[in-house]
Design a binder for this molecule. Structure first.
Ligand SMILES: C[S@@+](CC[C@H](N)C(=O)[O-])C[C@H]1O[C@@H](n2cnc3c(N)ncnc32)[C@H](O)[C@@H]1O
Length: 281
């Protein structure tokens, strides 16, 4: 899939970290939502279901779930930040701003749990998974999606120096965040199987991100968010980062995006997910 979306506005000063995060999550959703909604549809999300939208980001998926489950169903949107779902006007939407690892989720209540780009950044992704699985009712299903950075590689038409710089920047980004696992996408499907979920499956989605378009802008915003940490850690210089931030606006920049690895499965009643197996594995 090639990123053929309309070029976003890339010029202009960025007002705050909050604005950067808002724009980044909105554009990320633009890139990823079509695949997510297709998979949710295939998993059989229906009227009357009770769903959990975990880490809702810009809340487009939470809104879609509210419409799909209708007045007889409900959606709980919960995450560290819930400004976007709070703007939605759905009577069947409940919002809780809370840390997945600090506060338990309701147990045995959800027909469906969806989370995307969340677990890989948790200090203990398995603890998060255990809470997700425990929140499922018998017969409940999960769709979890996490990135794997194995695919990220620039177009060979870029010069050698540029490719080397990009490789350094990507490597630094993948090591700079404490606890972040850039290979988590490939682990996800196995975690579901280990926990004993059934009818499991997985699928990866990647595209070519281009400078000056949505993918390039997502990367630019991510790098802007990480800039100070990368410089303070001594991983990159200000000049390295400024060069790449500029490249992100140049249509000559093309690189394979991270793979968004989706994994799904059901908890077949009456067997419980083997949470203890996962905890010990
Ligand atoms: C990178 S954003 C992804 C947003 C959205 N899922 C998407 O893919 O567009 C990460 C999301 O996970 C949530 N999040 C991160 N850590 C969390 C935690 N410990 N507990 C609950 N939510 C968390 C954030 O609030 C945010 O909504």
């Amino acid at each position: 899939v090639v990123d053929v979306s309309a070029p976003p506005q890339v010029a202009g000063a960025l007002a705050s970290d909050r604005d950067i995060q808002h724009e980044r999550l909105t554009l990320l959703a633009e890139l990823l939502d079509p695949g997510t909604l297709r998979l949710l549809d295939a998993l059989g999300v229906q009227a009357g279901m009770r769903c959990l939208a975990l880490g809702p980001g810009c809340a487009a998926v939470a809104g879609w779930l509210c419409r799909r489950v209708g007045p007889g169903g409900s959606v709980l949107a919960t995450g560290l930040e819930t400004t976007a779902p709070a703007r939605l006007e759905h009577h069947n939407l409940e919002i809780r701003e809370q840390d997945l690892l600090a506060y338990p989720l309701p147990e045995c209540v959800f027909d469906l749990v969806h989370a995307r780009v969340l677990l890989a950044s948790l200090p203990d992704p398995r603890a998060g998974l255990l809470r997700i699985f425990a929140s499922l009712k018998p017969g409940g299903r999960v769709l979890l999606e996490e990135m794997d950075f194995v695919s990220v590689a620039p177009d060979p038409s870029l010069g050698t120096d540029t490719r080397r710089l990009l490789a350094r920047v990507i490597g630094a980004q993948n090591t700079a965040l404490p606890g972040f696992d850039p290979q988590y996408g490939r682990r996800l499907a196995g975690e579901l199987v280990t926990a004993g979920l059934v009818s499991t499956g997985c699928e990866g989605r990647a595209s070519v991100w281009q400078g000056g378009r949505t993918g390039g802008r997502v990367w630019q915003l991510t790098l802007l968010q990480q800039r100070d940490a990368l410089i303070t850690a001594g991983l990159l210089t200000r000049e390295d980062i400024d060069t790449v931030l500029e490249l992100c606006e140049n249509p000559r920049l093309r690189l394979i995006s991270p793979i968004t690895m989706a994994a799904w499965g059901h908890w077949r009643a009456p067997a419980k997910p083997r949470l203890s197996t996962l905890a010990r594995a």
